[in-house]
Design a protein around this ligand. Sequence first.
Ligand code: SF4
Ligand code: SF4
Length: 460
Amino acid sequence: MNDSSGKSEALYARRVKIHAREVEGFFENLRTAAVIVLLGLYYLVPWIPWDDRQAVLFDLPGRKFHIFALTLWPQDFVFLAWLLIMAALLLFFATAIAGRVWCGYACPQTVWTQTFVWIERLTEGNFNQRIKLDKAPWSTGKWLRRGTKHVLWVLFAAWTGFTFVGYFTPIRELGDGLLGFSLGGWETFWICFYGFATWGNAGMLREQVCIYMCPYARFQGVMFDRDTLIVSYDPARGEPRGGRARGPGPGELGLGDCVDCRMCVQACPTGIDIRKGLQYECITCAACIDACDSVMDRFGYPRGLIRYTTQNAVQGKAQHLVRPRVVVYGTLLLVLAAAFLASLAWRAPVRLDVLRDRNALYRELADGQIENVYPLKILNKDGERRHVRITVDGLPGARVRTAPATIELAPNSLLDVVTRVSVSRDQAPPGRSDVTFRVEAENGHTVHAEREARFMGPLD
Ligand code: SF4
Ligand code: SF4
């Protein structure tokens, strides 16, 4: 492609591999704590037992999702949709206030990349040693270091894939299958697929996922305003930048506080220079803040040349925490969360579905009764064992027979029963009439669920 000056420019720029310089400081500690907590939860949660099952298990064949004491059935999928909407709103709310805090500290891409980088440091050394190793010709030492890194990466990625599948298949059974070489085809496929995706994204692609693949990076700009928290360089304090020896103050040298050491650039996992201003590649990880603060300490300058701040604050303008978008996102989030919790608390513990016998509208029994047959599905949604009976309203003189008369509903179970409703011929209403089925507690005091249905009788 030719630019305006007629020079030819390549549409494809080869990736320059980024080795982020290791830093120490408050935000590095915060990021490390976030990685330990989040990955700790990811790897440990599937191993937590709950009664006679796994505490968190998305049981696709059984069509139920267990989340500790809560069990969600396909009928409850509205709750999952609700949860996703709340998660999206929470992200909007957090972004409006604190910018890309999710990207910098909690996004799976960031968290796993951080872990893969730790393994890389362990096997290939620090920032300078890794760059040197990249440039060095292939030797036994280089093969050994690279090989060890990849072996550890693959093992960690495989464990990640195994854990992921352990959220859908009981993880202890999965472990037994793995040790006994008897894993199913789909389980093997998903462990390999998820493991490969982890290795590829966190080990090989890294910052490219954030820059080129993540849609959030592209649209988060619309959630920003001039009062959103960002990581920013303070040009008023830093410029004119310039190298110097320790000792004389910047005022004596006619320089700003930036010593132009490029430590902030070397520490950046996306390879940008934050001194050029806010850029969409910045994931707000604050590594450059830690890097610059340590330089400021060495030179005896105040910290905070690069800091968390807002565009208004950098320009000396008034800042506003409460803005229309923050109020709108916050209010929506609160209302949705309150409604979600209330709906969950008042969720009917039993659900009843009434089908109809498709083979006959009705049948006439030997004793002259008109009978309709109804297959019922009774879903006990919680962990309480119940003893219930079926009653029918709206058909005077009706005889209701379910075998057995008292039905035991096991915790978190779906039961099929057949109920026969009959009425004498002279009491049977002609044609179609509406009836109500009820699932009542054994003592008849509590109605757990009810459902409308039709009773069919002879027309004459
Ligand atoms: S510029 Fe700073 S905060 Fe932004 S990604 Fe780079 S190191 Fe992280
Ligand atoms: S680390 Fe600080 S002093 Fe060094 S180049 Fe970056 S902004 Fe300037």
